[in-house]
Ligand binder design. Structure first.
Ligand code: AMP
Length: 561
C-alpha cells in the first residue's frame, strides 16, 4: 500500500482549455478499509485514534481495532454477510465509527441515514437499499428514532419496512424486537470470516444525496473510491500522525466519514469528536482541551465559531490546518479563519458525494490568495473538464459545468440505472456545479447550474453578490437567489443574517449595493432574517427561501426549481 507522503504539483491546463489532469506519479492504493486500519494499528498502536469528548471515550489505534473486530464478529453472528446492506442512523457517536469499519470488514454495505430524516424519508431509504440490519440511536434533538421505527411497524406483521430484520439500538426505548448494542458487544463473539474474498472494488457504502428535487439518490461507493480520496485529502493538509483533527462535521456525510475519519486513519492522526451534533462552544472547547492541530467544518460552522460571544476565551494556538468545504467558502471567512483561528494552512476542498467526494483542494503551500479565493487544484489521478451546454470544453476563464472523471466517480446510484446514466456519461460525472479555471489550473466554483439567475437576459451568479455583501461589517451570513418576475423573468433576492449586536437595515444594504455594484446585481428584495435554512451539512436550502418569498410576494410560479 502506498501512502502519498507529499503532493506533487498538478499539471496545468496546456491547451488554453479548462481541462486538467492530476499527477499520477504515485500508484493508487489497493487497500480495503480494514487494511488501512491494520496499517495504522501496526505503525501507531498506542497513539490516540479516537476521542469522543461527550462520551468520555479515548481509544488508541489498537483499542479501536479491537472494538471494530468485536463488532464485526457480532454482526457476522447476526447473519450479516458480504454485500448485505447495514444502515446506520445516528449522530456522531463512537458506535458510528465502529460500525463504519466493522461493516467494511465483512464486505457489507453501510447505508448512511441522515440524522434529520423523518418517517417518510427513512422508509424510502431503508426500502430502496433493502437494509436488513439497522444500527440506530435512540433519539437526537427533536427526533425519536426508535419511536419512528415503531411507527413504521418494525416488529409488527404489517410493517412498512419489509426488508428490515434487525434493529440494534444505541440506548433505551423502542420495542422488544430491538437488540441493544452493549448486549451485542458483550456476547463476546470472536469469529471473523476470512478477509481474502474482500477486494477494493466492492461497494461498501451508500450515501443518500440531499437532493432538493425528486427522491434522494443512493450514491454507491467502493473501498477504492473513498480510501484513495482520503489519502489525497490528507496529503493536501500535510496531515500526519503528529496531528489531532477536531471533527464537528457529521459522520453520516462524506465530510465526516471520508475527509475526516479515513484521512486520519491513512496517516495515524487522532480524531477528536466534540459531540453528537454541531455546537460552536463544544467545538472550540475540544480544540483547546485536546490541543487539536486541525479543524474541519462547513462555512456556517466556522462562522458560528468566529461570531460566538465566547470565541476569544478559547486558546486555539495549536491549530495549523483543516478543511472548509461543502458550500461556497466566503473569502472573508477564510481570512478570519487564518488569522483569528491561527489556521495558517487551512485548505478549501470542493467535491460531491458522487465523487467520493473531493475533486479539488488547495494545498497548504499554495499562494495565499489562491487559498482563499479558489478551491485549489485537481487531486492526483483525477481529470476535470469544464463544459458548455453542448458538452464542449470551455476556454480558460469561461464559466461552464464542472465534470470529473477517474477513480473517485461512484459506481452509480443504487438501483437507479437511468438516473446514473443521466449523470455519468463516458465516465464523466456531471456535477451540476458552475465553475471557472485559471491558467494554472486553480478552480473557482461560481454556483449551481440550477441556481443561476437570468434577469432580463443577464446571467447573474448569486455567489458573486453573496461575496460582495459579505464584505459588509454588519453581515454574518447571506444567501442570494432568484424569484420569478413578470417583467424580467427573474429578480434577485437576498436573505441576510446580521452579526450579533449589529443594527442593520434593508435600506442601508441597498445603498451599499447601489454605490458599489452594477444596478442589475442589486437585489430587488432584501430580507433581514434570524437564520438561514441549511441542511445538516450546512448547505443553504435556497429552494426553501425561494418558496417562502414566492408565498410572501404572492408570485405565481417558483423560478428555476
Ligand atoms: P454533497 O454531495 O452533499 O457533498 O454536496 C455537493 C455539493 O456541495 C457540490 O455539488 C457543490 O454544489 C457544493 N460544494 C461542495 N464543496 C464546495 C465548495 N468548496 N465551494 C462551493 N460549493 C461546494
Amino acid at each position: 500500500m502506498t501512502i502519498h507522503s507529499a503532493l506533487s504539483q498538478p499539471r496545468t491546463p496546456s491547451s488554453g482549455l479548462s481541462h486538467v489532469r492530476g499527477v499520477d506519479d504515485q500508484p493508487l492504493s489497493k487497500a480495503c478499509l480494514h487494511e488501512l486500519l491494520a496499517q495504522a494499528v501496526q505503525r501507531w498502536p498506542e497513539r490516540d485514534a479516537a476521542i469522543f469528548c461527550a462520551e468520555g471515550i479515548r481509544w488508541s489505534w489498537a483499542q479501536f481495532q479491537s472494538q471494530v473486530n468485536a463488532a464485526a464478529a457480532a454482526l457476522h453472528a447476526l447473519g450479516v454477510r458480504c454485500g448485505d446492506r447495514v444502515g446506520i442512523w445516528s449522530p456522531n457517536r463512537s458506535e458510528w465509527l465502529v460500525t463504519q469499519f466493522a461493516t467494511a470488514r465483512l464486505g457489507a454495505i453501510l447505508v448512511n441515514i441522515n440524522p434529520a430524516y423523518r418517517v417518510a424519508e427513512l422508509a424510502y431509504a431503508l426500502n430502496k437499499a433493502s437494509v436488513s440490519v439497522l444500527v440506530s440511536a435512540s433519539r437526537f434533538k427533536t427526533s425519536d428514532y426508535l419511536g419512528m421505527l415503531v411507527q413504521l411497524g418494525f416488529g409488527a406483521a404489517d410493517t412498512q419496512l419489509p426488508a428490515l430484520r434487525r434493529v440494534i439500538r444505541l440506548g433505551e426505548g423502542g420495542n422488544a424486537d430491538m437488540l441493544d448494542w452493549a448486549t451485542l458487544m458483550a456476547q463476546g463473539h470472536t469469529s471473523l470470516p476470512d478477509a481474502q474474498s474482500l477486494h477494493a472494488h466492492q461497494p461498501i457504502n451508500i450515501q443518500f444525496t440531499s437532493g432538493t428535487t425528486g427522491a434522494p439518490k443512493g450514491a454507491t461507493l467502493t473501498h477504492h473510491n473513498i480510501v484513495n480520496n482520503a489519502i489525497a485529502v490528507a496529503a493536501c493538509m500535510r496531515l500526519s500522525a503528529q496531528d489531532r483533527l477536531c471533527i464537528p462535521v457529521p459522520l453520516y456525510h462524506c465530510f465526516g466519514m471520508v475527509l475526516s475519519v479515513l484521512a486520519c486513519t491513512s496517516v495515524g492522526a487522532a480524531m477528536v469528536f466534540p459531540g453528537e451534533g454541531f455546537d460552536p462552544v463544544d467545538t472550540l472547547a475540544a480544540v483547546q482541551s485536546e490541543r487539536c492541530t486541525a479543524l474541519h467544518g462547513v462555512p456556517t460552522m466556522f462562522i458560528a465559531e468566529l461570531d460566538h460571544p465566547e470565541f476569544s476565551k478559547f486558546d486555539l494556538h495549536t491549530l495549523r490546518t483543516g478543511i472548509m468545504a461543502g458550500a461556497p467558502c466566503p473569502i472573508e471567512v477564510m481570512r478570519r479563519v487564518q488569522s483569528l483561528m491561527h489556521m495558517r494552512e487551512v485548505t478549501i476542498a470542493y467535491g460531491m458525494t458522487e465523487t467520493s467526494p473531493v475533486s479539488f483542494q488547495s494545498a497548504t503551500d499554495d499562494p495565499l490568495d489562491k487559498r482563499v479565493t479558489t478551491v485549489g487544484r485537481v487531486l492526483p489521478h483525477l481529470e476535470v473538464r469544464i463544459v458548455d451546454a453542448q458538452g464542449q470544453t470551455v476556454p480558460i476563464g469561461e464559466t461552464g459545468e464542472l465534470c470529473t472523471r477517474g477513480y473517485s466517480v461512484m459506481q452509480g446510484y443504487w438501483d437507479e440505472p437511468e438516473r446514473t446514466a443521466d449523470t455519468i456519461q463516458d465516465g464523466w460525472m456531471h456535477t451540476g456545479d458552475l465553475a471557472t479555471m485559471d491558467a494554472e489550473g486553480y478552480c473557482n466554483i461560481v454556483g449551481r447550474l440550477k441556481d443561476m439567475v437570468i434577469r432580463g437576459g443577464e446571467n447573474i451568479y448569486p455567489r458573486e453578490i453573496e461575496e460582495f455583501l459579505f464584505r459588509h461589517p454588519k453581515i454574518a451570513a447571506v444567501q442570494v437567489f432568484g424569484v420569478p418576475d413578470e417583467r424580467y423573468g427573474e429578480q434577485l433576492c437576498a436573505w441576510v443574517v446580521q452579526r450579533p449586536g449589529a443594527e442593520c437595515t434593508e435600506q442601508e444594504l441597498r445603498v451599499f449595493c447601489e454605490q458599489n455594484i452594477a444596478h442589475f446585481k442589486v437585489p430587488r428584495y432584501i430580507r433581514m432574517v434570524e437564520e438561514l435554512p441549511v441542511t445538516v451539512t450546512g448547505k443553504p436550502q435556497k429552494f426553501l427561501m425561494r418558496e417562502a418569498m414566492v408565498a410572501e410576494l404572492g408570485l405565481s410560479r417558483p423560478a428555476s426549481a
